[in-house]
Design a protein around this ligand. Structure first.
Ligand SMILES: [Zn+2]
Ligand SMILES: [Zn+2]
Length: 125
């Protein structure tokens, strides 16, 4: 009666990077939206701020609506897979490619000096 209620679903391609391992992500997202576009003749002075969408003649401008809906549908922290293990903190390797990857236990810097004192057991006392 006072406008046109627009309801829809939009699909958009998503290109990004995994926040844990930086692997490129290509995905599809679906955004739903609903908005009342009021007839300009029903617009009250109070509506003139951008809070209210108005019909432009017989047309609706979906762009701002779509943009907001898509932004809300974007994952806050995109991941290449739900349990992406991320990168190795020692060498930066991608753990999903090499899950069994290990490193020698790093020497505690407080004991590092002792490594130099290691004695050859064969050596005479
Ligand atoms: Zn990842
Ligand atoms: Zn590593």
């Amino acid at each position: 009666m006072e406008g046109v209620l627009v309801t829809g679903t939009a699909q958009a391609g998503l290109d990004g990077e995994c926040v844990r391992c930086l692997e490129p992500i290509h995905d599809e997202i679906e955004a739903r939206f609903q908005e009342l576009f009021v007839y300009t003749e029903h617009q009250t002075p109070h509506d003139e701020d951008d809070e209210v969408s108005t019909l432009e003649g017989d047309l609706v401008d979906l762009e701002p609506l779509l943009r907001d809906a898509v932004v809300l549908a974007l994952p806050f922290q995109p991941l290449c897979e739900d349990d992406c293990p991320g990168l190795c903190i020692e060498c930066g390797a991608r753990l999903a490619d090499d899950p069994d990857h290990t490193h020698e236990e790093p020497i505690d810097p407080r004991w590092a000096g002792l490594a130099e004192l290691k004695q050859d057991p064969e050596a005479p006392e």
